[in-house]
Design a protein around this ligand. Structure first.
Ligand SMILES: C[S@@+](CC[C@H](N)C(=O)[O-])C[C@H]1O[C@@H](n2cnc3c(N)ncnc32)[C@H](O)[C@@H]1O
Length: 297
């Protein structure tokens, strides 16, 4: 891991007015003036295991123009439910920094990591607004499989959205070694095993780790990615707290258009947010055997 500091970002900004992520050029703003600091007033935190955010969320510096970014409603819900002010949130695949921006707005310390140094610059740009100075936010270029600068049992919440393994490539124009989205499925799963083990190592006992995962389709048949990854996290020692279905809105075509077309398969319109918990002890791990059906056989 290599820290990308505010000074590194300012140096980068003096020579660049954009970052290139895949094929997309994303403008760097410099310093942001913010109009809205959170979701519309009438919004209430989620209470069920089905989440749907058709308006996706554009408050603060969220712009939704990083391929595969998650809606800020997701980290906001997770941070509010599972942390207190002053806690530390980790997103080890931070992309454009949605989780870190929400952490800053909600006075949580945060650590962000991404394999792509340009993502770290973009995140620092999105964090470059004043008025919220309580949180300490650190950003790193690094690999989620080896979080060597993060101490064990130092994190209060992990909230991250990994790539789905050969479905969307984030670093098309420039090969980035270690980008999980470029790996064939088997290597991807091996990589996710290391991500799960590192997540388990850095998380404090009793605390939560949330990941957003989707599935794929090949030869017109469903390719489950989310459940194999869930199993990998359970094997790493986590217990399952929630399996939330997240409705997908931000697709190339709208859901209405899908319905008018004549496919002989259903278009995938959901993802899973798995919320795992690191058990307090071996005893507690055994108590939650019911979330591991294979252990009953
Ligand atoms: C789905 S995107 C995350 C988007 C982010 N939640 C946001 O809202 O912008 C997945 C990210 O994982 C990063 N990534 C891929 N392999 C990685 C690895 N081995 N370690 C750390 N980051 C990685 C990609 O560069 C990409 O930014």
């Amino acid at each position: 891991m290599r820290e990308i500091t505010q000074a590194d970002y300012l140096r980068f900004l003096s020579a660049h007015d954009h970052v290139t992520i895949g094929n997309a050029k994303i403008k760097l703003q410099g310093h942001w003036k913010i109009k809205e600091y959170g979701p519309p007033e009438e919004y209430e935190p989620e209470r069920t295991t089905v989440w749907s955010f058709p308006d996706r969320g554009r408050w603060a510096t969220h712009r939704g123009n990083y391929r595969g970014n998650w809606s800020p409603y997701i980290p906001r819900n997770l941070i509010l439910k599972f942390t207190e002010e002053g806690d530390t949130v980790l997103d080890q695949m931070m992309g454009s920094g949605t989780t870190l921006v929400e952490s800053k707005l909600l006075n949580r310390n945060a650590i962000g990591v991404d394999i792509n140094p340009e993502a770290a610059m973009l995140t620092r740009d999105r964090l470059n607004f004043s008025g919220f100075d309580k949180a300490e936010i650190k950003t790193f270029e690094g690999d989620a499989r080896t979080l060597d600068k993060i101490e064990e049992e130092s994190i209060d919440l992990i909230a991250t959205h990994p790539p789905y393994g050969n479905i969307i490539t984030y670093t098309k124009s420039r090969e980035i070694n270690g980008d999980l989205s470029r790996l064939p499925f088997k290597e991807y799963l091996i990589g996710m095993k290391r991500v799960a083990e590192e997540s388990f190592r850095v998380l404090k006992k009793g605390k939560h780790c949330a990941i957003l995962m989707g599935d794929g389709r090949k030869y017109k048949h469903y390719v489950p990615i989310a459940y194999p990854v869930m199993k990998i996290f359970l094997d790493a020692g986590f217990i399952l707290k929630e399996d939330i279905i997240k409705i997908q809105w931000n697709m190339k075509t709208t859901r209405e258009k899908w319905q008018s077309k004549n496919y002989d398969f259903y278009l995938i319109g959901h993802e899973h947010i798995f919320i795992f918990r690191k058990p307090e002890s071996d005893n507690e791990y055994r108590k939650y055997k019911f979330s591991r059906p294979e252990l009953w056989l």
